[in-house]
Design a protein around this ligand. Structure first.
Ligand code: PBG
Length: 325
């Protein structure tokens, strides 16, 4: 029998070399950004029970953690401080002796070539755990928070940070930061905006990670999971305000959003593979129901295919090893 088919897709799938030649997307070490949690006033690393393999490190170990990332070939880290100096506004973040500033200085001191990115928010530094200043009505005051974000950005810039990453979802945050930075001579400092960030249950384990006492939700500033058009508008607005890199967060449940933003801009695009995504794979792998390496690598390729250039992931070290294998 001779079946007359116009095209046979399987011709290019016959062996590994051929498949590699026609592969549309590659994951490389250069795509990865490693999150690091640093807690002040502790002496030993604390394991985060919901995120096996992820730790909160004492400040004294930050240097070694950054050096280990550099030795593995990881080019960028994003720093999260776990503060013991919390107040109503998160003022420690703009203190020139505060935790954020100290972490940036230490990371740059040990590894000058590492791209050191600061997560610019207030939630780990406020007593109430919200991402800014609370007004009389109990809401996060957008514009007062912007003024503090300007102070925080300048403190981080003076400390030598390589890139700022505001994650608070305040309106106008990029314009406010850009204005403050440019005025002080930091015109060359790039901003990676958490431009499209959803109010997500997938951040659950992060709250353990930063030992958050936060109660309630962030629905009045982070995005509604139902909204796709608005998701595009949020990123495009940040681009218009001068964001150098845009971001979608979380990752796996929002591949459509990633793709839509990819179609709407030529700027580099990052995706955050968040704590809950990490924890779910770890739990499933521990239960023996999925192959951890295979599902993580498939997820990373899905991010690339959907349009991500950069991936922030707690799996960065494992991925480096798996890429070698
Ligand atoms: C702070 C911030 C959060 C995450 C990154 N920056 C938590 C939140 O917005 O509630 C989550 C990261 C993760 O879940 O891995 N605004």
């Amino acid at each position: 029998m001779n079946f007359d088919m116009p095209f046979r897709f399987r011709r290019l799938r016959r062996n590994a070399s051929l498949r590699a030649m026609v592969r549309e997307h590659q994951l490389t070490i250069d795509d990865l950004i490693l999150p690091i949690f640093v807690e002040e006033n502790i002496t030993e690393a604390v394991a985060i029970s919901s995120m096996p393999g992820v730790m909160r490190y004492p400040e004294s170990q930050l240097g070694a953690v950054v050096q280990r990332a550099a030795a593995a070939g990881i080019k960028a880290v994003i720093l999260f401080g776990v503060s013991h100096c919390k107040d109503q506004d998160g003022s420690d973040t703009w203190s020139d002796e505060g935790l954020m500033v100290r972490c940036i200085r230490e990371a740059k001191r040990v590894e000058p070539s590492m791209m050191v990115i600061s997560d610019n928010c207030f939630c780990e530094y406020t007593e109430h755990g919200h991402c800014g200043v609370i007004d009389a009505a109990g809401q996060v005051d957008n514009d007062l928070t912007l003024e503090n974000l300007q102070r925080q950005s300048l403190a981080a810039a003076r400390a030598g940070v390589d890139m700022l990453a505001p994650s608070g979802m305040m309106d106008g945050m990029i314009a406010a930061m850009r204005e403050a930075l440019d005025e002080e001579g930091f015109q060359q400092l790039p901003i990676m905006s958490y431009s499209t960030k959803f109010a997500s249950a997938f951040y659950g384990p992060f709250r353990d990670a930063v030992d958050s006492n936060f109660k309630g939700d962030r629905n009045a500033y982070q995005m509604d999971a139902a909204n796709g058009r608005e998701a595009v508008a949020e990123s495009i607005q940040d681009e218009a305000e001068g964001a150098d890199i845009l971001m979608v967060k979380p990752g796996m449940a929002y591949l459509d959003v990633l793709y839509r933003i990819r179609e709407a801009t030529t700027q580099p695009l990052a995706v955050y593979h968040v704590s809950g995504e990490y924890a779910m794979v770890k739990a499933a792998a521990a239960a023996g129901v999925v192959d951890e390496q295979a599902v993580v690598m498939e997820s990373m390729l899905a991010f690339k295919r959907a349009g991500a250039d950069l991936i922030i992931t707690y799996y960065a070290h494992d991925i480096v090893e798996w890429l070698k294998g």
